[in-house]
Design a protein around this ligand. Structure first.
Ligand SMILES: C[S@@+](CC[C@H](N)C(=O)[O-])C[C@H]1O[C@@H](n2cnc3c(N)ncnc32)[C@H](O)[C@@H]1O
Length: 190
């Protein structure tokens, strides 16, 4: 869920009966809880069993975050939807050095699909790219979010232009939960 930004947009645009927001960061979730007063916001490690009963979820969204394919498959009802957004190599490329961002390898979306397709089918995949104009403060915030931020590194604001044009580039993949009998997971031979 991060800070709840995308869940809030979702709530605005589609009727939702119940929202569960998970993130390992209590700081992110505090912000999410303020944005999403009706949601259940839980500090949770996605690698643990998810706090949701089997086949109870209509829609899962996972944006620039780790995925637990087996747990996503367990909680998603048959025919339910999983939306995964992953960055493309050119995402924020113009500032990756200055902000200490990790290089994004190509083919990440293919790896995501390969990990999910035993239980999900890929229904649609769309690459999106657009320019953004950032202020020095935006760039500093991005640096603080990245690995360099953990080591206390910061970008010198006075070395940055007033306005920096950078690329946003990511893939949006939509998956449908397969019927259990159609799962591609091999069943043990007895
Ligand atoms: C790049 S942020 C994206 C957040 C949000 N999806 C968004 O786009 O605003 C990645 C998020 O994954 C969370 N995260 C990292 N590892 C996690 C884990 N093992 N379990 C749950 N959340 C995790 C981080 O705390 C962070 O909020």
């Amino acid at each position: 869920a991060g800070t709840g930004y995308y869940l809030r947009e979702l709530e605005r645009q589609v009727p939702v009966s119940a929202v569960v927001a998970l993130d390992i960061s209590k700081f992110a979730l505090r912000r999410a809880a303020k944005l999403l007063p009706d949601a259940l916001c839980l500090v949770w490690d996605v690698w643990r069993p998810l706090p949701v009963v089997d086949e109870s979820v209509d829609l899962l969204i996972n944006i620039f975050a780790p995925r637990n394919p087996d747990e996503f498959a367990r909680v998603c009802r048959e025919g339910g939807v999983l939306i995964v957004v992953t960055p493309l190599p050119q995402h924020l490329q113009e500032i990756s050095d200055v902000a200490g961002l990790l290089n994004i390898r190509s083919g990440k979306d293919d790896d995501v699909a390969a990990a999910l397709t035993p239980d999900f089918t890929l229904a649609a995949s769309r690459s999106v790219e657009f320019p953004m104009t950032l202020t020095p403060e935006d760039v500093q915030n991005i640096a603080a979010m990245g690995p360099a931020g953990h080591h206390g590194a910061s970008v010198r604001m006075d070395t940055l232009p007033e306005r920096l044009r950078v690329t946003a580039a990511f893939t949006v993949q939509t998956f449908h939960r397969r019927r259990k009998e159609d799962s591609e997971k091999s069943t043990p031979v007895r």
